[in-house]
Write a protein that binds this ligand. Structure first.
Ligand code: ASP
Ligand code: MG
Length: 455
């Protein structure tokens, strides 16, 4: 039994969805599908919250637009008019509920994280019902199951939840096994679960990949396939390096590193549950289903190349904190990290020296972190400096720290591109070396690295 995740990029319109539905009809019996929302719908749902906050009059048009969008997809997917009509009627209750939530937000002028997660979950709820019903109308034995009903249990953190695997497995394993014993295809919305108190909580944007890994681990799937609109992991971002190549095999560690630094192929935490359960992840291109894609396991072949990919993210900023004797006094780092944790700031990385601490943060978190730390009394540091306009570059390959000469090769390539390195982190990961450059130097850096390691 496989768990197959279908991304929003493959469901971006009726035509794309039709190709997917054909593929599922051929190969889907006995498999579990975890679905994203139709492309653009999650954005629309979230945007609807802002609209509701600003102006009640925007709610009806928002709901109408969403309804129209889904009806259009249904019309593309279903040839038999009575079936399409029934499905549209079935979805009415979703749109009505959404409308009421939006009016609640508008009336109270308040959109809590809790409410945002409830609303954001509707894209996946709707896509799972539609795809399941469409397959049913084609004569397939198909069923859908909502994750809150099935019992995907989370830690309750809104918009960035993590699954409680023990509870989730206890709930999912018997339930899903009994459904699958009847040889059906099962559709489960990705992106969310519920807390132990029953609150809807999402796994963060792009979280359906993670949902799929959670389901795969909970039911002991033979493999997790991620169906995307791209080939798989590449040696670089094709936007920067048009002749970059596919990486056929990766280790969990390499995939995790590449997911954190931008590659955008997988939600950053997808690898965790799959690795723990020892389930391989296969990235497949829906528009080229015979292509091999990328396979992620713990025994991926390492090539003599060692380095598999050059990756980067520009969603990065640095908060430099100057304090004398950082390396000789205790408690400074914890005071800083505690303060930021209270403000729910995620620290991506920390580099310290005797005289300072540099925090790597998402761009949007920079000002908030600066302001939060300014309030700390007595102040444990001398001054702070905000650094933006930088990019975090990484070279990724399991075992790079064990292979002599890789760092030298990397920094020679950067220096040949006449680029100055702002900060380096090496040795904390077995599979990646990170450094910061000015954003304006990014293109030269990536080009030079890619030709050094791959030409
Ligand atoms: N629909 C959600 C998002 O757009 C989750 C996902 O597609 O993975 O972020
Ligand atoms: Mg995605």
């Amino acid at each position: 039994m496989k768990v197959i995740k279908i991304g929003g990029g493959c469901l971006k319109n009726g035509k794309a969805a039709r190709a997917i539905v054909d593929l599922i009809a051929q190969k889907g019996l006995g498999q579990i599908f975890v679905l994203s929302a139709f492309g653009g719908i999650t954005d629309m749902l979230i945007h609807g919250i802002d609209t509701a906050l600003q102006n009640e009059a925007g709610i009806v048009p928002t709901i109408e637009e969403m309804t129209r969008h889904h009806h259009h997809i249904i019309d593309e997917l279903m040839d038999v008019t009575p079936h399409a009509g029934q499905l549209k009627e079935e979805l009415e209750s979703f749109f009505l509920t959404l409308e009421r939530y939006y009016y609640g937000i508008s009336f109270t002028r308040e959109a809590t994280p809790r409410m945002k997660d409830i609303i954001a979950s509707y894209g996946e709820r709707i896509s799972a019902v539609i795809i399941s019903r469409v397959l049913e109308s084609r004569g397939c034995r198909s069923e859908f199951l909502m994750p809150d009903v099935a019992g995907i249990i989370t830690d309750g953190k809104y918009m960035d939840a993590t699954a409680d695997m023990t509870r989730t497995r206890d709930n999912l394993y018997p339930l899903i096994r009994s459904i699958m014993d009847e040889r059906k295809m099962l559709f489960i919305p990705g992106f969310f679960g519920k807390s132990r108190d029953g609150e809807i909580t999402t796994f963060g944007r792009g979280g359906s990949d993670y949902s799929a890994a959670v389901v795969a681990a909970a039911v002991d799937a033979e493999v997790l396939e991620i169906w995307k609109d791209t080939e798989g992991f590449m040696t670089a971002d094709p936007d920067n390096i048009p002749d970059c190549r596919l990486i056929p095999e990766l280790t969990y560690e390499e995939a995790a590193e590449l997911s954190y630094t931008g590659a955008g192929i997988l939600h950053a935490r997808t690898v965790e549950p799959a690795r723990k359960a020892g389930i391989g992840i296969s990235i497949r291109n829906t528009f080229n289903p015979e292509a091999p894609g990328s396979m992620i396991t713990d025994h991926a072949r390492t090539t003599d190349r060692v380095i598999k990919s050059v990756s980067y993210t520009t969603d990065i900023s640095v908060l430099k904190i100057f304090a004398s004797g950082v390396g000789a006094r205790y408690g400074i780092l914890s005071q800083i990290t505690d303060t930021l944790a209270r403000d729910a700031v995620n620290i991506k990385s920390v580099v310290t020296s005797q005289t300072g601490i540099s925090l790597l943060l998402a761009r949007d978190d920079l000002d908030r972190s600066f302001n939060a730390l300014k309030q700390v009394k007595p102040r444990p540091f001398r001054k702070m400096q905000k650094v933006s306009g930088v990019a975090l570059v990484s070279i990724v390959g399991e075992g790079l720290h064990r292979n002599r000469g890789i760092a030298a090769k990397c920094f020679t390539a950067v220096s040949q591109a006449k680029v100055n390195i702002e900060m380096i982190s090496f040795g904390t990961s077995n599979a990646a070396l990170y450094f910061l450059v000015k954003e304006r130097d990014l293109d030269q850096t990536i080009n030079s690295l890619h030709s050094t390691f791959f030409d």
